[in-house]
Design a protein around this ligand. Structure first.
Ligand SMILES: [Zn+2]
Length: 739
């Protein structure tokens, strides 16, 4: 053998590797085949160089998407290299790692994991760290993530980052990518379902900053067109999407995809990733036609690269199914989702979050097709496993419960549906808050069920709140807001309330309004600190004169009562201090006029507030419960109590009820209707329990609660109970009352 020929062969082999990295797979393939043929002839079938050439060719075939042949070839390399070169030889190790990647792509995660773990174990024996081992570590972490073992993946990524820092330095793009990988994994650590982490905006912001750094360094060190730079662009686009910046995500992903197609080629993992992510961004922007086009392309690329059975191909299939479902093509969506569910069950197992997601998504399309029986069967099959694996109150569990309730409703099982929906709503409110789309959607669904049951007032109260919160959270023109508005209009129609006549008269004095003016049903100053922002702050039509008159009545009652309360379990936090300021205590820098004004007001209020001991002496027959709704037990002689005359309470209580009757049933209180108001002493709180047992319960934060019942009675049409700061209870009857 001539040395010159061997040099040429080595040169040609290097060139093939360069072409491969440049993405020119056809040329790389041609060169590598030539190297292999020559090497076989010159050096023999079992020579190390021949085996290396064979292994490199297998890698090219893998990149070309010919997984079956690639895998066979790599296995044949190992059969020869292990006995002749030994397990520790670099050619053997590279072939083993390559085989691991192929198994991963074909969806054999357990096989891939075994392969990578073996490579790491063998390399570890030599005691020296190298970039090859670290890359395998990275691949293993990716398998663990796909298997749902995020804690295991996290531990590996920490090791990876540590190793790259030592071997490559802090600034190296691969080190920065490890930093990014670790941060991304920390989002899902101990959970396994990235969806739950997506809502953690703080973590996303940190990730965003980190990724911008990775991208900037990669651009500077490696250049604009380097695969790592393109990957970083696409990753940044994914974070933007999770942050809800749809336009930014789309722009970034479009740029990454264009570059990737050009420099890395169509049949490339980075190109495929960018394609899938761009499709998702388009779908979320509502460009369904664009999303479908990309989804179809991504699916066919993935099939060519990884085959039909790969986890990644199932991912592409799932995304396309979602787009088709949104376009109303339930039949095609269902076909794809059947395959996704079945594939994931086989590849990932029945308890994997992705498998569970596929099963409940399948239920959604089955339901959309009207196949309630199948949808219910799937949901009921998935739910117990989800509860066990994800936890009782995981957002996916709650959403699936809500889906199941929808199916039950359609099947006519309305009572069971409502029970389920009430649980979902209360859990979402607690976990996600009142403005989250999940909460709003669940509340909307519950309202529809309530309306079906004939509970129109309950439905209306809920829908008003959903509408208000949707406007604030999503904007008045958002699709969901408009949907809620439509539902509310339907409820109003069922209640017989037209929108044309409502609101043209003052609800208090019944005079026609010159211009549209409104009054709050509850005065703002009554809400204690800690009242959520989302609490309903209803307004009703009211003339300026009534507004002014009633505002004074509200203030008098508020200040008088607030001076007599201290301990109400947070139901009146901050209110006593407000009352003191209203009578000029705890204020500073007031004008002279204002100071004397408040002093005068103080004298007026204090004429109603007396020490309990004094009251007992002067009016022994008057029980304190009738005065301010507090039990007398435990009151010492110096405790302030208020003389709450009906003249002080009734104008305010009746004002609230006139507002609520208008808001809830569109009714003005005018002859023959009238109101009658009673202050309820503590010992009589339970006297009307059977009336209020079936009532609409309106909560206005911790300080205010109203019950509305409809008694079976010819005189009383509605019965209200108003509870203020857990201190004052007032009942108001509405009807044809004989006074
Ligand atoms: Zn008026």
């Amino acid at each position: 053998m001539e040395d010159g020929t061997l040099d040429t062969l080595i040169e040609m082999s290097r060139l093939a590797v360069v072409r491969h990295h440049q993405g020119d797979l056809a040329e790389a393939h041609r060169l590598q085949q030539e190297v292999l043929a020559t090497s076989r002839k010159m050096l023999g079938e079992n020579d190390r160089f021949t085996l290396l050439a064979l292994s490199n060719l297998a890698e090219i075939l893998r990149a070309q998407g010919n997984l079956g042949e690639a895998r066979e070839m790599q296995e044949s390399v190992l059969v020869k290299s292990r006995p002749t070169l030994g397990d520790g030889d670099q050619v053997t190790l590279a072939a083993m790692a390559s085989l691991g990647t192929m198994l991963e792509q074909q969806g054999d995660l357990a096989g891939a994991r075994r392969q990578f773990e073996e490579v790491i174990a063998i390399s570890g024996r030599s005691g020296e760290e190298n970039t090859f081992t670290l890359r395998v570590l990275n691949e293993l972490a990716s398998v663990l993530l796909t298997q749902g073992d995020s804690a295991g993946a996290y531990a590996l990524l920490e090791k990876l980052l540590d190793g790259r820092r030592r071997l490559l330095g802090e600034e190296h793009p691969e080190t920065l990518q490890a930093v990014f990988g670790l941060a991304a994994a920390s989002l899902t650590k101990g959970d396994g379902a990235p969806a739950a982490a997506v809502h953690d905006q703080g973590k996303l912001a940190a990730l965003h900053g980190l990724l911008e750094e990775v991208l900037a360094t990669s651009r500077r060190v490696l250049g604009e067109d380097h695969p790592s730079t393109i990957q970083a662009m696409s990753d940044l686009g994914a974070v933007l999407l999770a942050q809800g910046n749809l336009r930014g995500a789309r722009k970034m992903q479009e740029a990454a995809l264009a570059k990737s197609r050009l420099t890395l080629g169509e049949q490339n993992r980075t190109t495929l990733t960018a394609m899938g992510r761009l499709g998702t961004a388009l779908r979320r922007q509502g460009d369904l036609a664009g999303a479908q086009r990309l989804g179809e392309e991504a699916l066919s690329t993935s099939r060519r690269l990884y085959g039909n059975e790969s986890v990644l191909t199932l991912e592409a299939m799932d995304e396309l199914a979602e787009v088709l479902h949104l376009q109303g093509d339930s039949a095609s969506a269902r076909g794809l989702r059947e395959k996704v569910a079945e594939g994931r069950l086989r590849l990932l197992g029945e308890e994997h979050p992705k498998t569970l997601e596929a099963v409940v998504s399948l239920a959604v399309v089955a339901y959309a097709q009207g196949d309630c029986a199948r949808a219910r069967e799937l949901d009921e099959q998935a739910l117990p496993i989800m509860r066990r694996v994800l936890g009782e109150e995981h957002p996916s569990v709650l959403t699936t419960m809500d889906n199941l309730a929808g199916v039950m409703h359609s099947q006519g099982d309305v009572k069971a549906a409502r029970e389920l929906q009430e649980r979902v709503v209360s859990a979402f409110r607690r976990l996600r808050g009142d403005y989250h789309t999940d909460t709003l959607l669940a509340m909307n669904n519950l309202a529809v069920t309530m309306a079906t049951q004939g509970d129109l007032i309950g439905a209306r109260v809920l829908q008003e709140q959903v509408l208000d919160n949707s406007r604030r959270a999503l904007g008045p023109e958002h699709f969901n807001t408009l949907l809620v508005k439509q539902n509310l209009a339907l409820t109003l129609k069922s209640q017989g309330i037209g929108t044309a006549t409502a609101g043209s008269r003052c609800v208090h004095c019944l005079k026609h309004l010159e211009q549209k003016t409104a009054d709050h049903v509850f005065p703002r100053s009554w809400y204690p600190l800690g009242t959520p922002d989302s609490v309903q702050r209803w307004t009703v039509p009211s003339c300026p004169q009534c507004n002014k008159r009633l505002a004074l009545a509200e203030k008098d009652l508020m200040v008088t009562l607030a001076l007599c309360i201290n301990d109400t379990d947070g139901a009146a936090t901050g209110v006593p201090a407000k009352a003191l300021r209203a009578i000029g205590i705890g204020t500073s820098e007031l004008s002279e006029i204002e100071t004397s004004h408040r002093e005068k007001y103080r004298r007026k209020i204090l004429s109603r507030v007396v020490p309990y001991g004094l009251l007992r002496r002067v009016l022994p027959s008057l029980r304190v419960g009738e005065l301010n709704g507090r039990p007398a037990d435990g009151l010492d002689d110096m405790a302030p109590v208020a003389i709450l005359t009906i003249g002080l309470v009734a104008p305010v209580a009746e004002k609230i009820v006139r507002g609520l009757e208008f808001k809830l049933v569109g009714r003005y209180i005018e002859p023959p209707l009238s109101l009658k108001c009673f202050v309820v002493p503590p010992e009589k709180i339970h006297a009307l329990d059977d009336v209020f047992e079936k009532s609409t319960d309106l909560e206005f934060g911790p300080g205010l609660r109203v019950l509305r019942a409809v008694p079976m009675d010819n005189e009383i049409f509605a019965m209200y109970r108003i509870i203020i700061w857990k201190a004052l209870t007032v009942d108001v009857a509405v009807g044809r009352l004989s006074h």
